[in-house]
Design a protein around this ligand. Structure first.
Ligand SMILES: Nc1ncnc2c1ncn2[C@@H]1O[C@H](COP(=O)(O)OP(=O)(O)OP(=O)(O)O)[C@@H](O)[C@H]1O
Ligand SMILES: [Mg+2]
Length: 311
């Protein structure tokens, strides 16, 4: 089943009590639509991984800021609805969040918090049970709101929640790339495998990127990648690219305690260097996304068909 078909199934009436078919997606105020030529350049990257505590938010925040420092316009969406922590990691104070977008009291642009180096953060809102249990029509409405951004970013990083809820799969499937954060623990590997299985089987995602986190050295990071690839090769038709590794670094923990990105606070630390390398890898990824014309996708109305984009 391809991705569009997967989303159609997901949206089929009766799939979920209270769910809605695609043409009944909730409307939210998005802002002024931008030109198609500008949005071809937008690339949405979901940071995912299944297991809790493997470093998804840490990677999303530091990769986002490393890309900003390198001169890119970057937006970071906290999609861990109901348990927001990107704003906390960066010491930002959110007065409005995704809940305000959904109830129509704010546009996406009005939610934006400015982090250092021009990184734009969209906070998720914390402690609201409603946000943690959104129906798919509202996930789709959030995704579609990005089409209306007056100033679409070069990169949109999406920090997803742990687990395998519709929340996670919707945001990951709508992105151009899925970056899996994996650490060297059996539960991280099995949970990552479960995410890959669901996204490939139900959404037609065939290519994944992997970053190994909290590693001792490159050798063990590559070994972890081989382990995951071997299992996926046997049972699933997917490609897992090795995109880099982040060392276990006490400096990173100290930066978190200071509510700062390590790439900003200690740019010459081992982990900051690794995040800059990862940003370089992201920058080198092919320009073409997995864009189809009939799927729910971030920046879904890109002007050129995928076949005409550079690969
Ligand atoms: N490379 C690293 N070196 C040292 N500590 C790290 C590293 N990466 C993450 N951590 C630690 O792991 C903790 C959990 O990280 P983080 O909150 O980013 O995980 P997560 O996958 O987003 O968790 P959740 O699933 O709960 O959202 C951090 O508070 C940090 O202390
Ligand atoms: Mg997190």
């Amino acid at each position: 089943m391809d991705q569009a078909a997967g989303l159609k199934t997901l949206f089929a009436p009766g799939h979920e009590p209270g769910g809605a078919p695609p043409d009944a997606v909730a409307e939210v105020p998005a802002g002024r639509p931008a030109g198609g030529m500008a949005r071809q350049q937008c690339r949405a990257i979901a940071v995912s991984g299944g297991k809790g505590g493997v470093g998804k938010s840490t990677v999303a925040v530091n990769l986002g800021m490393a890309l900003s420092i390198a001169g890119n316009d970057v937006m970071l969406l906290d999609a861990d609805m109901g348990l927001a922590n990107v704003d906390v990691l960066l010491g930002l104070t959110a007065t409005r969040h995704i809940g305000h977008l959904l109830d129509g009291s704010a546009t996406l642009e009005e939610l934006v918090l400015e982090a250092p180096h021009g990184l734009r953060v969209i906070p998720a809102g914390s402690g609201a049970r409603r946000l943690a249990q959104l129906p798919n029509s509202e996930h789709a409405a959030i995704i579609r709101a990005f089409d209306g951004l007056a100033r679409p970013p070069r990169y949109l990083l999406v920090d997803t929640a742990a687990g395998l809820s519709d929340n996670v799969s919707m945001f990951a499937a709508a992105a151009d790339d899925v970056l899996l954060v994996v650490c060297d623990e059996p539960a991280s590997l099995t949970d990552t495998y479960a995410v890959i299985k669901v996204l490939s089987r139900d959404f037609g995602v065939r290519r994944f990127r992997m970053v190994a986190n909290m590693m001792q050295n490159e050798g063990s990071a590559r070994q972890l990648h081989r382990k995951l690839s071997r299992v996926c090769d046997r049972f699933l038709e997917v490609v897992i690219d090795f995109s880099g590794w982040i060392p276990h670094d006490e400096r990173l923990r100290q930066a978190i305690r200071r509510q700062s990105a390590v790439v900003d606070l200690w740019p010459s630390s081992r982990s900051a260097l690794a995040f800059r390398q990862l940003a370089g890898a992201v920058d080198s990824w092919a320009q073409a996304g997995r864009a189809g014309t009939d799927r729910i996708a971030f920046f879904g109305d890109r002007a050129l068909p995928a076949s005409r984009m550079k690969t």
